[in-house]
Design a protein around this ligand. Structure first.
Ligand SMILES: [Zn+2]
Ligand SMILES: [Zn+2]
Length: 131
């Protein structure tokens, strides 16, 4: 895949990615619901394929003992998630610009046991209770 660009809403965080994108996974866990206001849908790349172009607004929040979330302090966009020691970065798929149709399409829902009560999932994709 050729290089793709992405950004937060206000533009204080911009990045580019090269290399294969994992299909997007929609996570319905409580942390993802809190951080995004709904559920969080993210693709993933090897961290070495992610280049931060502008990171003035980027702040990392330690969301659990083994993971952290990257967000923009200017606009609150939820951009990244990293598990310690894995060498990968999950990227909120909605922060990518000009994602080609068919690239990084959602292929499953995880932590559905924790999902919000106010919506139904009816897209026919696999639904896992855990991760
Ligand atoms: Zn921003
Ligand atoms: Zn989650």
């Amino acid at each position: 895949m050729s290089e793709l660009k992405g950004s937060c809403e206000c533009g204080e965080v911009t990045y580019s990615v090269k290399g294969p994108l994992r299909p997007t996974i929609a996570c319905h866990c409580t942390q993802c619901r809190k951080t995004s206001g709904h559920y969080w849908a993210a693709t993933q790349v090897a961290s070495k394929h992610l280049k931060l172009v502008k990171d003035g607004g980027l702040k990392w929040f330690r969301s659990s003992a083994r993971a952290r979330r990257g967000f923009c302090v200017g606009c609150g966009s939820s951009l990244f998630w990293q598990m310690d020691g894995e060498g990968t970065t999950s990227i909120g798929s909605g922060t990518l610009d000009d994602l080609p149709v068919g690239a990084a399409t959602v292929d499953k829902h995880i932590y559905v046991a924790d999902k919000g009560t106010y919506y139904n999932l009816s897209d026919g994709l696999p639904q896992l209770d855990g991760g």
